[in-house]
Design a protein around this ligand. Structure first.
Ligand code: TPP
Length: 895
């Protein structure tokens, strides 16, 4: 016998069916007489008693493959059947316009791509949200936040077209953003991109997994702002509509337990379980819904299965023997997909034909009715009931597992087909069938021409659509940037110690933390600062902030901390300011993004500083940072313990020599690798001015190190050079060589200059390069402007180095590609040194020798240039010996 269904297993194991029936009757009687709370209490007590008796019993967690909400418990549909009918009509129109948009674009340019099948399956899920739940931001209400499944974007555009927010011209320029702009038309981005459509999209979701984790931390950040008294508590919700395939991304599930631990009942996930992903079924041989039910339920979420439409209710009512439920439990997703792809007669034969009992149930339906049996995610009434239950659930986040058909309504051309995800061409016959299926008032010619359809303004559909959105506060999605400047405190208020350091020893990390301490105390800015860490606060010397501003905890502190006696004790508080995320860089960056975009999402600018092990930033969570850039984040990312040779003993997986290469590739990320505390102070000040005062959509990546240095005071007039990327720290009248040192290796360059001058009498000039990437960007722009005859401005680096022909040697604690980026603008012979290769565990001195970036190697490199053609190989070997360098050692990249 097939033992695959839980019900069959139970039947096999049931030694005394009468006794079972009595227990179940007892439960029903309690439910009837005392209600669900009492029933739940008794079940918990039973479970406790079982555990005490050593039974080791655990709820199997998987419930039957039917709807969680019983028909009699469903909230009634507002507006009743009339509203359902009209909203179904609207959904049909949206489906058509979305489809037409994609097919049109691909008829014209086959390379453009786009998706039809995803929105076709999700349309009803969105429509119930748009018509009844998604509340827009108004003057009084902060608004709900919706994370849209990215490849359903055509449907969201289609709705904005009916709403009058997007023109038919725009729809005709789906995925043609550049050519549209040239014609003065608003083109439509492929997926939700605030960078490209800043008045429309709020949240980038195009990269799978980013939406789910971001939405969880967004819901949590809303609570943070409320608990800190910065945002008035309001019953706002965060809705996330995601794909079932998308749930395979680690980020999708990574923060589930945070959501339940924090009791985020302001969060609702709607998972569009069309059972398919791109290549085929999500779980052909199982049930993705059941798997997700176990995962979300186990993590403490309220789980609502929304599997079958209202027409199934009658069938379940006729299923006295439980055969129908059994059959559904048994039918794996691959088979459900095949049923979706086939017609009534096929389903009658292969599903209802499984047993006489099922045949009898099937016999009550015509083939047409079997064909039209709806899955839960296509039934507006069922969807409404699920959303209503979710929106009113208290104490935990809710996930709605909505079963749908991929490519719903695409007929034999696409519905449930293996290849449906990428289908973007439909034949005339398929289009006509689609029109008929959704009763669209289009002629064959209009169908052939893929004309967009918009009902008359005074039609019932349009009146209804507008009335619903009026009721819910306006249109969505909509991104608002109110440009609310925040006063930036004068540099001296928090960074005097750095500007006039006068040789005092400190690391740039210490300097940053001290500056942040000052900013936190500022009367105007202080409360907007959000320090974020992923379990490394002590590493970065931030433990003092635990006491002064506290660690945010929605529950306050329910225990006496072990170190309560110390002045810097571990203080958690409901209004704590630090977000201590634990060991989750993905979580911490999601919090950072929520804070860094709060100016637009909540109309409340915040200034987050996420301080982390630099190697675990761009390398590990680069895609989340890319999404933050798309979302126009404003804040500071602080790569601490940075530099491949500056973070000593930690070795290969910890030592970062590449983050500046990646950060340089993000257009609105301004990166710096400062050497001195005063440079850092100027950079942080500039960042605050640009982000908070001038409302520029940029964010800053700044690397700091834990190497103690004697910190000089800031020279006069250094500010511009620091910000543009380089300034002279040791000038020479007629230098024979110029050294460019960045970050922690400026110190080595300075020491190299001493060697060159002291031992070899070579006049040496030293520059501090605070940002190769800013120099390179400037250089690229100037070079292009010259080429295009627009201006003959010289790049900053060219201006600074053109006074001499002396060779230039550049060194940084990153791979050589970083300094190489300025080569085209250096008006002299140019040599770069860097830390290419795997890191090692050793002292800084050994590492710098290994990578050939210490003072001696820099000096030798300079001498090799100065003496080129003047000294023999033997003489150069003698120089190396004098410097105690091994010229025969292997290259650091050797394998
Ligand atoms: C990180 C990432 N990997 C891969 C993709 C490409 N991709 C886009 S949609 C998709 C399938 C999505 O399936 P599912 O989540 O089930 O959504 P459906 O379209 O079926 O509703 C894939 C693989 C992506 N966008 N992001």
């Amino acid at each position: 016998m097939d033992m695959s269904s839980p019900e069959q297993l139970i039947k096999q194991l049931d030694l005394d069916e009468q006794e079972t029936a009595e227990w179940i009757a007892a439960l029903h009687s309690v439910l009837d007489s005392a209600g669900p709370d009492r029933a739940r209490f008794l079940l918990s007590q039973l479970s406790n008693a079982a555990r005490e008796a050593g039974l080791q019993w655990r709820d199997a967690r998987i419930t039957p493959y039917i709807n969680t909400i019983r028909p009699q418990d469903e909230a009634p549909y507002p507006g009743g059947s009339d509203a359902v009918a009209i909203e179904e009509k609207i959904a049909g129109i949206l489906r058509w316009n979305a489809l037409a948009m994609v097919v049109r674009a691909n008829r014209a340019y086959g390379e453009l791509g786009g998706h039809i099948a995803s929105y076709a399956s999700a349309a009803d899920l969105f429509e119930v949200g748009f018509n009844h739940f998604f509340r827009a931001r108004t003057a009084e209400f902060g608004g709900d936040l919706v994370y849209f499944q990215p490849h359903s974007a055509p449907g969201i555009y289609a709705r904005a077209f009916l709403e009058g927010r997007l023109s038919a011209d725009s729809l005709a320029h789906y995925r043609q953003e550049i050519s549209a702009k040239a014609k003065g038309v608003q083109g439509l981005s492929s997926y939700p991109h605030p960078w490209l459509m800043p008045d429309f999209w709020q949240f980038p979701t195009g990269s799978m997994g980013i939406g789910p984790i971001s939405s969880i931390y967004q819901a949590r950040f809303m609570r943070y702002l409320e608990h800190r008294g910065l945002l008035a508590p309001q019953p706002r919700k965060v809705w996330g509509v995601f794909g079932d395939g998308e749930m395979d991304e680690p980020e999708s599930l990574a923060a589930l337990s945070l959501a339940s631990r924090e009791k985020l009942d302001n969060l609702v996930f709607v998972i569009n379980c069309n059972l398919q992903r791109l290549d085929g079924p999500v779980r052909g041989n199982g049930h993705i819904v059941d798997e997700l039910e176990t995962l979300f339920g186990g993590a403490g979420w309220n789980v609502i299965k929304l599997l079958w439409g209202s027409d199934w209710d009658l069938l379940f009512a006729r299923d006295a023997s439980g055969e129908l439920v059994d059959a559904l439990n048994r039918t794996v997703d691959g088979q459900l997909q095949t049923f979706a792809a086939n017609d009534g007669p096929f389903n009658r034969e292969h599903f209802f034909g499984q047993s006489p009992g099922l045949q009898a149930i099937g016999a009550t339906l015509t083939d047409e009715e079997i064909d039209r049996l709806k899955r839960g995610g296509h039934d507006l009434r069922k969807i409404y009931a699920a959303y209503h239950a979710a929106a009113n659930h208290i104490g935990a986040p809710t996930v709605i597992l909505a079963q749908t058909k991929k490519g719903f309504g695409m007929g034999t051309a696409g519905q449930g087909k293996m290849t449906t995800h990428q289908q973007k061409k439909l034949e005339q016959q398929d289009l006509v069938e689609f029109r008929d299926r959704f009763k669209l008032p289009l002629t064959d010619a209009q169908v052939q021409n893929l004309e967009f359809y918009k009902p008359a303004d005074d039609s019932p559909e349009m009146r209804h659509l507008h009335a619903r959105r009026n009721e819910l506060g306006g249109f969505m999605p909509r991104r608002v940037d109110q440009r609310l400047p925040i006063a930036v405190p004068p540099l001296e208020s928090h960074a005097q110690f750095a500007l006039e350091a006068d040789g005092k020893e400190m690391s740039t990390t210490m300097a940053l933390v001290r500056m942040m301490g000052g900013l936190l105390k500022d009367a105007a800015l202080g409360k907007h600062v959000v320090p974020i860490v992923a379990d490394e606060a002590r590493t970065f010397g931030m433990a003092n902030l635990f006491k002064t501003v506290g660690i945010y905890s929605s529950q306050g502190q329910l225990y006496q901390p072990e170190d309560i006696g110390s002045i810097l004790y571990y203080r958690e508080a409901k209004d704590g300011q630090i977000l201590e995320e634990g060991i989750t860089e993905a979580g911490a960056i999601s919090s950072w993004t929520a804070a860094a975009t709060s100016y637009a999402v909540h109309g409340l600018p915040m200034l987050p500083f996420y301080i982390y092990y630099s190697m675990f930033g761009f390398q590990r969570i680069g895609d989340l940072i890319w999404a933050a850039a798309d979302q126009r984040a404003r804040g500071f990312l602080i790569g601490a313990t940075s530099g491949r040779t500056t973070l000593g003993g930690e070795g290969l997986q910890h030592q970062d020599g590449s983050s500046h290469l990646v950060s340089a590739s993000i257009p609105n990320c301004i990166s710096y690798d400062p050497a001195y505390a005063y440079e850092l102070a100027v950079i942080v000040d500039d960042g605050m001015q640009r982000m908070l005062q001038k409302n520029e959509d940029v964010f800053y990546y700044v690397t700091v190190t834990n190497e103690n240095e004697a910190q000089p005071s800031m020279p006069k007039d250094a500010r511009e050079g620091i910000l543009r990327g380089m300034h002279c720290v040791s000038p020479s009248k007629q230098p024979e060589v110029r050294l460019l040192g960045a970050g922690p290796l400026l110190k080595e360059a300075m020491a190299a200059a001493d060697l060159l001058e002291g031992i070899f009498s070579i006049k040496t000039e030293v520059w501090s390069v605070t940002s190769f990437s800013e120099l390179a960007r400037d250089g690229i722009a100037c070079e292009r402007n010259r080429r295009l005859q627009q201006s003959d401005h010289e790049a900053w680096v060219t201006q600074k180095l053109k006074g001499s022909r002396a060779p230039v040697i550049a060194v940084s604690d990153y791979v050589r590609a970083v300094p190489e980026s300025i080569r085209a603008c250096v008006p002299a012979h140019f040599v770069t040194l860097g830390t290419d290769g795997f890191g090692r565990s050793d002292t800084r001195a050994s590492l710098r020798d290994f990578f050939e970036v210490d003072a001696k190697w820099i000096a030798y490199t300079a001498l090799a240039e100065v003496y080129a053609g003047k000294k023999t190989a033997d003489e150069m070997r003698e120089i190396a010996a004098k410097l105690e360098l091994d010229l025969d050692k292997p290259i650091s990249t050797s394998v």
